[in-house]
Design a protein around this ligand. Structure first.
Ligand code: MLT
Length: 397
């Protein structure tokens, strides 16, 4: 028996598991303390009314002989693929329904898509970024190189012609920094990918938070992207599907490498290894794209945007540098008092009973930073903002 020893190259536990472990330990030592969790970016608003109604109707349908659905198409039901196609068309991006693959969320597809590529490819990952990109490639034995970001480059990595990569990750708006590319910047990445015969894996999980003109919501807004990019998206953040599990991946027909059409490979992979997302869930997801569904989810997104403002104001008043919160549900703040990320995590938990995410958990360039999520309950967010402000002031005294 030979095991995959690449697992031993990973950190002992996944970032959010480690946070939970430390919080649980703290809670055990301090029973009764009122902890506010602003760590993992999990949503709190309930599913939209239209989504619930569509799911309820689908459940009723499934309980009838005529309306029962067994195995569905692995790549998703046409009604949902067409709804996603129209969503893109509404923003001027033309996709074929056969380029859209419905999934159980971005996290699975971000890992599974790597099965199309040999282990002998070099992977370029921005630093800091969503940690699964690195872990997914380490366990496959791929070489990972980093594109460092900082305040100096607005946390937006740009291509370096001297560096060669075969697979490039882009997350825009970025998790954790909230930095988002405009179309001209993305065009530079597309040109770089085409010149290097590389493939961009574009994580658009936070596209719904983009509100500034000129920023891209899809890489397919950029000319040439259909020949070098795969877009992976999720209904988790746009419509509160973190527990319901549904997303999609777009693999354009023009994307070909070594004479192989990646869309065909992905279809082959999905039909073999995936049995599709439940009919009931896909009916709920399709309801997001109705006019009523869209209005309801926008109200939820506005709720999170208000939370982001509350956090931003508190940091402004406390004189702490931060970015994000405008085109993103995350606030990326500098740790006060020169603390490193995990020291600040422990200090804030102790002083304010507030949990956030240490920036270094997203990569070495995140050291000295800290991420707060705006996905929480509004009253708890206000209270957390007050406590953070008060704790930081105590440092000055
Ligand atoms: C995060 O907090 O970074 C995300 O919620 C994690 C995820 O989407 O899996």
């Amino acid at each position: 028996m030979k095991m995959n020893h690449h697992y031993s190259e990973l950190k002992e536990s996944y970032l959010f598991v480690e946070i939970n472990r430390r919080v649980t330990e703290y809670q055990k030592a301090h029973p009764g303390c009122d902890i506010i969790r602003m760590g993992i970016g999990d949503v709190t608003r309930p599913l939209a009314k239209s989504v619930v109604e569509a799911m309820t109707a689908a459940v009723q349908e499934m309980g009838t002989t005529e309306g029962f659905h067994g195995y569905g198409p692995e790549q998703g039901y046409d009604f949902l693929r067409q709804a996603i196609q129209s969503y893109y068309a509404g923003r001027g991006v033309q996709l074929e329904a056969s380029e859209i693959f419905v999934s159980d969320g971005a996290k699975s597809d971000l890992a599974n898509i790597l099965g199309l590529f040999d282990a002998d490819n070099t992977v370029l990952v921005p630093d800091p970024v969503y940690p699964t990109y690195v872990d997914d490639n380490i366990t496959d034995g791929r070489k990972v190189i980093y594109a460092p970001t900082s305040r100096e480059n607005d946390f937006l990595a740009m291509p370096d012609p001297a560096v060669h990569a075969d697979i490039i990750y882009i997350c825009s708006p970025n998790n954790p920094t909230g930095a988002a590319y405009d179309r001209a910047q993305l065009k530079q990445w597309v040109d770089y990918a085409l010149a290097n015969d590389a493939v961009i894996l574009y994580d658009a999980a936070y596209e719904c938070f983009v509100s500034e003109e000129g920023l891209a919501r899809s890489i397919f807004e950029v000319e040439g992207a259909r020949r070098c990019a795969i877009e992976i998206c999720s209904f988790s953040k746009i419509a509160g599907f973190t527990g319901t599990r549904c997303g999609y991946t777009v693999v354009p027909h023009q994307l070909q490498r070594e004479g192989l059409e990646l869309n065909k490979l992905w279809l082959r992979r999905q039909t073999t290894k995936f049995n599709g997302v439940p009919y009931i869930v896909q009916r709920g997801a399709a309801a997001i794209f109705t006019p009523e569904g869209m209005a309801e989810i926008q109200a939820n997104l506005d709720y999170y945007r208000r939370n982001a403002k509350v956090l931003a104001q508190a940091l402004d008043q406390a004189g702490i540098w931060y970015c994000g919160g405008h085109n993103s549900p995350y606030i990326w703040m500098r740790c006060p008092g020169g603390m490193d990320s995990w020291t600040f995590f422990g200090w804030l938990l102790e002083k304010a009973n507030v949990v956030g995410t240490p920036g270094v958990g997203f990569g070495p360039c995140g050291e000295g930073y800290f991420r707060l999520t705006a996905f929480g309950d509004a009253e708890k967010t206000k209270e957390a903002a007050r406590r953070i402000q008060e704790a930081v002031r105590s440092l000055e005294g």
